[in-house]
Design a protein around this ligand. Structure first.
Ligand SMILES: C[S@@+](CC[C@H](N)C(=O)[O-])C[C@H]1O[C@@H](n2cnc3c(N)ncnc32)[C@H](O)[C@@H]1O
Ligand code: SF4
Length: 295
């Protein structure tokens, strides 16, 4: 069995996948809201260590899904990842899906040819944190990606025939930036060629992050006022009403941070999702109790 370097995070949809740590931590690690890898110094593990971990799991040779951890395995050199993917295929002959987290920086840094090559070797799904489509807000939270550049990176992954699972954070701009956060997020989603899965999470700050998070808003002369559950559900309802994708998107709010778990396909289930949200906005007994929420 593998001795993981804790903490290990994986998306909810990878609950039954084999997890292989290719890197430790996050190559960027500076987003003001994110404490996931704050205890780790980023490093790429050696091929030797990674192959040993794969060997120790090869008793499960019928496994079909592998998730490459930690925070952005796509930060590794393409040739290195190709070696890992090749070894995985040899060890798990029935392998159908290899996935990893990929930050906006990772996708921009890889050329179209590199993404094509990774896809050919089996990397078929990337989990990507959009967080917001509003450029100003992204600067406030120190993930200062230009939304047009994000669309460029995401479209490159689609062109390589990779699937994309993207996340947005409800409440990220607080009450004051809520309107532009949601409107620009919908615009970015609508601009992308194909986001296969879209999930929302609700903002939750750890005590280690709060001070710096608030200070960055104050520096821009903006006060951060937390959104409550009702505000976030209203954001979600507005978001869903504004999403008109080029190709169908499976929409989910199944992450444990959410007040209301939702699942549907956009645009087909738009009215149903909006209806459920409208009911929940008026009836808080429909919401997940606090003790069942988390990260
Ligand atoms: C490992 S990252 C995703 C992949 C990649 N590192 C990136 O940033 O695109 C995990 C995701 O968890 C979410 N997340 C992290 N901290 C959060 C917080 N404090 N509140 C809500 N969501 C958070 C963000 O959507 C973030 O993109
Ligand atoms: S959100 Fe992603 S890129 Fe930002 S610090 Fe967290 S893991 Fe790293």
């Amino acid at each position: 069995m593998i001795n993981y370097h804790e903490p290990v995070y994986r998306p909810p949809a990878e609950a039954n996948s084999i997890i292989i740590q290719v890197t430790l931590g996050c190559s960027y690690n500076k987003c003001s809201f994110c404490s996931m890898y704050e205890t780790k110094t980023f490093q790429t593990r050696s091929l030797d260590e990674i192959f040993k971990d794969i060997d120790s799991m090869s008793i499960y040779s019928d496994e079909r899904r592998v998730f490459l951890a930690d925070g952005d395995a796509l930060a590794c050199d393409t040739s290195f990842l190709v070696e890992v993917l090749t070894y995985l295929k040899k060890s798990f002959p029935k392998l159908q899906r290899v996935s990893s987290y990929a930050s906006p920086y990772n996708l921009l840094q890889k050329s179209q040819e590199e993404l094509n090559l990774l896809r050919e070797h089996g990397l078929s799904l990337v989990y990507y944190g959009i967080e917001s489509g509003n450029h100003e807000l992204l600067k406030y939270v120190n993930k200062p990606m230009n939304p047009d550049k994000m669309a460029e990176g995401l479209n490159k992954a689609t062109k390589a025939n990779m699937k994309i699972s993207a996340t947005l954070i409800l409440g990220l701009g607080g009450k004051n930036l809520s309107k532009q956060h949601i409107e620009d997020s919908a615009k970015l989603i609508n601009k992308c060629e194909h986001i296969n899965y879209l999930s929302t999470l609700q903002l939750g700050l750890t005590s280690t992050k709060e001070d710096n998070f608030f200070k960055r808003f104050e520096k821009k002369n903006s006060e951060f006022i937390f959104c409550d559950d009702k505000d976030m559900l209203e954001e979600q309802r507005r978001l869903i009403s504004l999403i008109n994708p080029k190709k169908p998107i499976v929409f989910r709010s199944n992450h444990a941070s959410n007040a209301l778990p939702l699942k549907g396909t956009l645009p087909r289930n738009k009215e149903d999702l909006i209806g459920t949200l409208s009911l929940a906005i008026e009836d808080s007994s429909m919401l997940r109790p606090m003790f069942l929420r988390g990260f």
